[in-house]
Ligand binder design. Structure first.
Ligand code: ADP
Ligand code: MG
Length: 373
């Protein structure tokens, strides 16, 4: 069983780490040097849209998948004539453009914040009449980790953003959320679906810093709602594989912010905290194998290692801590690895997460799980 992966970053590496034991082999298409996935499969070094590169990575593959959503949709569609591509390229199309994505959510009954497209200064008044102030101004395409977006407090600030970043923008209502949650869902080729318990996520400077799972204090209606929304999107897209949807929780309501047609940082805790990880389940799904159990084994906290990496020896002193390094060169603001702290006691897991966060250079208090900030 050979899996071709478009992208060769840490997500590809972890697909390999969890897929190889199933008997799968991996090839990755990646333009960058020394990709993290290079240790778990062969690498074709070429741009994502390069026809020769695509042909080389997909040759003799049983399936093509992605670990990165900004691969050209056309390239994925062309591959479909020779080899199954899972998840479907339609999911890439949805995820690549925040406007298409939010319209897609609404079309299948998934609520979002109010939003409006903006291309030039002449659109600003109309957009702000829709979103109100403050608004969040974002580039429609190629944003990640909070890049390409700003909270605007006035029409003047909004026009400034448009002047600097337009055209191709979206304005959204700034949501005063109680907390951020995500759902990781997996859809099998046979129609089976599994949902991991919802994860509570805390961002800092636009980058995911901490996740707690299962999300503490979560009511049954909210969980059910998230699963219903994920199912609606899976149905709409004819989806196969792991999908993530990020939500803002406001009271008992969920507003979808974005989706990822791939394994997701907020699901990394599943490596040590769920019966079967999101990575193994994605590989199972795209290869048409039976899906695995997505239930949590206890409590989990995930701490991202950003910019620099503590000594493994020190982290492993923390009870329940599991180290996952990506083999990347340190750089400010770069995700270099993560640590999962797992256990049967929520307080002990939180205490462990605090110790790990300190080792990772986090100086402030840890965010209080359960919607406290
Ligand atoms: N409309 C919004 N209201 C309030 N906060 C927002 C809004 N949009 C984004 N954010 C904050 O910024 C973070 C990053 O935005 P997101 O749309 O997820 O972009 P990215 O693709 O960079 O992850 C979110 O996780 C959230 O914390
Ligand atoms: Mg996001």
């Amino acid at each position: 069983m050979k899996v071709a992966v478009l992208g060769g970053g840490q997500l590809g590496r972890m697909l390999g780490l969890h897929g190889i034991p199933l008997g799968a082999t991996f090839s990755f298409l990646e333009p960058g040097d020394a990709p993290p996935a290079g240790q778990v499969g062969s690498v074709v070094k070429a741009p994502y849209g390069d026809p020769a590169g695509l042909e080389a990575v997909a040759s003799e593959a049983d399936v093509v998948t992605y670990e990165f959503e900004n691969v050209p949709v056309d390239a994925a569609r062309r591959l479909e004539s020779t080899v199954p591509v899972r998840p479907p390229p339609a999911a890439l199309e949805l995820a690549q453009d925040r406007l298409v994505e939010k319209e897609g959510f609404r079309s299948v009954g998934i609520p979002t914040a109010d939003f409006h497209p903006v291309d030039d200064a002449g659109d600003v008044d109309r957009a702000l009449a829709c979103t109100g102030l403050p608004a969040v101004a974002k580039t429609r395409r190629f944003g990640y980790d909070g890049k390409g977006q700003a909270v605007v407090e006035s029409a003047d600030e909004a026009r400034e953003f448009v002047g600097a970043r337009g055209p191709g923008l979206i304005f959204e209502t700034f949501v005063p959320f109680d907390r951020e949650l995500s759902i990781i869902a997996v859809a099998g080729l046979d129609g089976d679906r599994r949902y991991y318990p919802l994860t509570e996520n805390h961002h800092h400077d636009g980058i995911l810093r901490f996740s707690f799972a299962p999300a503490p204090g979560l009511g049954e209606p909210v969980r059910a709602r998230a699963e219903t929304y994920a199912a609606a999107l899976i149905d709409h897209l004819g989806y196969v594989g792991v999908m993530a949807i990020e939500f803002f929780q406001v009271g008992e309501d969920l507003l979808a912010n974005e989706m990822a047609p791939r394994v997701h940082n907020s699901g990394h805790w599943t490596q040590d905290g769920a019966a079967v990880s999101q990575f193994e389940n994605h590989v199972r799904a795209v290869l048409g194998l039976p899906l695995g159990d997505a239930t949590a084994r206890g409590h989990a906290a995930m701490v991202n290692l950003i910019g620099d990496v503590p000594r493994t020896r020190d982290v492993l002193d923390v009870p329940g801590a599991h180290v996952h390094l990506y083999g990347k060169r340190p750089r400010r603001g770069r995700k270099l690895g993560h640590v999962n702290v797992v256990g049967g006691d929520a307080d002990e897991v939180m205490a462990g997460a605090v110790r790990v966060a300190r080792l990772a250079g986090w100086e402030g208090p840890l965010p209080a799980p359960g919607g406290g900030g």
